[in-house]
Design a binder for this molecule. Structure first.
Ligand code: NAD
Ligand code: UGA
Length: 439
């Protein structure tokens, strides 16, 4: 690969976004230093060990470490000299009132301000409320009045589990700035993406900041919409799989994010929809659709246990539930806002004993759950169970041996909350079967 050492990059934060950003840019040939306050994370990365579960990441980290253009450190002051673009990729978690907590972003700005030397672009990759760029700029100006810099909004759209491919081959790159020098630097930075190249959309900073929330809220809206339609399908005897397929063939609608399930989770949609509501409220604007999207999702996550209880004849008291999947979606060990947890808690409250298996997320789940028996695979999990609940559509659960499962279970019941199977294929093995929005 041709080295592009004309631009030097520093990322503040080596989590999903900071790390993937840094590693992918280094793979394009840039010199990149990823800085994180978490010394353990930096130690692991320097040893070529991954602090997050992300397909393809380890190979990229190792290659770029070996080729000498990727560095990890806890020392921002050591990283900053000659940096052209510094990405802020720290967390913006949900505060008590639903707003985005900006303390980490502002702390990062405070730390980097005295270290600026020569024209530097400060690109905010964290998902931040409208006006955060203004605040960061004002803070840096106050600390370092002479510094030559521009604060740019450059939101990230990667998905966990597909982070590398989403980053390297994005649908678009959004860059929010009115500063011509910063615009040129960012255009140069993103030039090597691919021969054809994703559209690079330049806009102002506030539009770029809001665009990120609007995109996440729209995807969440599609999910809550199809989830309600799935309930309607159940009520009127229609089939949501065929319905979503038929709807999605219309280019104006699109087929993605129309898979019904137990509600959206993860570290992004739940917090970002709430943050959008907070932004709207503070601006005196209405966001009634997103308000309902959040309500529909919250209710759904809480009510999913009833589906399992109904399948078990109205009570799970004294029964054993085998939970397949704990992560909020496949290919990640992330359990933040996973629908699996409220399902488990509600089933336990209804008197059930819970066994669980997840290919990656069991260690992450342990601090959040009590009285759950963790199992070695789906078949171990099903041993003695009265019902299986498929909560996350890992590929590990896509071709289960129902004959073998049935032999282990006390009663043959299967709640397929991700519509992985065709009802007739499971019922053929003598299972009582329920799914989402299908007869
Ligand atoms: P994360 O919690 O995985 O990582 C944040 C990292 O920043 C942590 O390792 C933390 O130690 C470090 N950090 C905090 N303050 C620091 C400082 N002052 N100096 C150095 N390091 C510091 O978070 P994430 O999932 O990468 O998310 C980061 C932001 O990106 C959030 O705003 C999130 O909404 C957004 N985002 C996340 C995703 C995703 O898939 N996770 C996708 C798009 C956007
Ligand atoms: C999401 C967005 O997809 C990314 O574009 C964005 O960058 C990221 O949030 C962020 O801002 O941090 P992610 O949270 O990793 O990415 O996960 P998704 O794959 O989008 O799934 C989110 C949730 O929606 C999961 O619980 C998933 O099961 C659910 N989902 C998704 C459905 O229930 N149905 C669908 O059709 C699609």
């Amino acid at each position: 690969m041709t080295r592009r050492r004309d631009l030097k990059i520093t990322t503040i934060g080596a989590g999903y976004v900071g790390l993937v950003t840094g590693v992918c840019f280094s793979d394009f040939g840039y010199d990149v230093t990823c800085v994180d306050k978490n010394a353990r994370k930096i130690e692991q990365l320097n040893a070529g060990e991954m602090p997050i579960f992300e397909d393809g990441l380890e190979a990229l980290v190792k290659r770029n470490l070996r080729e000498g253009r990727l560095y990890f450190t806890t020392d921002l002051a050591a990283a900053m000299p000659d940096t052209d673009v510094v990405f802020i990729g720290v967390g913006t978690p949900q505060a008590e009132d639903g707003s985005a907590d900006l303390q980490y972003v502002m702390a990062a700005a405070r730390e980097l301000a005295p270290l600026l030397d020569g024209f530097t672009v400060i690109a905010i990759k964290s998902t931040v409320p409208v006006g955060t760029g203004d605040k960061v700029e004002a803070l840096i100006r106050e600390i370092a009045p002479e510094a030559d810099f521009a604060v740019v909004s450059n939101p990230e759209f990667l998905r966990e589990g597909a982070a590398i491919s989403d980053f390297k081959d994005p649908d678009r790159v959004i860059i929010g700035t009115n500063n011509d020098k910063a615009r040129d630097v960012m255009a140069r930075l993103y030039r090597p993406f691919s021969a054809l190249g994703p559209p690079i959309v330049f806009t102002d900073r506030r539009t770029s900041e809001l665009l990120k929330y609007a995109a996440n809220a729209f995807l969440a809206t599609k999910i809550s919409f199809i989830n309600e339609i799935a309930d309607l399908c159940e009520a009127v005897g229609a089939n949501v799989t065929d319905l979503a397929f038929g709807m999605g063939l219309d280019d104006r609608i699109g087929s993605k994010y129309l898979a019904p399930g137990p509600g959206y989770g993860g570290s992004c949609f739940p917090k970002d929809t709430l943050a959008l509501l907070d932004i709207a409220e503070k601006a005196g604007a209405q966001a009634r659709i997103v308000e309902q999207v959040v309500n529909v999702n919250d209710t759904r996550k809480r009510s999913m246990a009833s589906k399992v209880i109904d399948l078990c004849g109205g009570s799970v008291s004294g029964m054993t539930v085998a939970m397949l999947g704990l992560a909020f979606k496949p290919d990640t060990d992330d359990v933040r806002e996973t629908p699996a947890f409220p399902i488990i808690e509600n089933l336990q409250r209804a008197g059930a004993t819970v066994r669980a298996f997840d290919p990656a997320a069991m260690a992450e789940s342990k601090p959040h759950l009590t009285d759950v028996t963790y199992c070695s695979d789906a078949y171990d999990c099903a041993a003695g169970a009265d019902v299986i609940v498929l909560a996350t559509e890992w590929s590990h659960f896509a071709a289960l041996d129902f004959h073998r499962l049935g032999e282990q279970m006390a009663a043959k019941r299967f709640a397929d909350l991700r519509n992985v199977y065709r009802p007739e294929d499971v019922r053929r093995y003598g299972f009582e079967y329920v799914s989402i929005g299908r007869p």
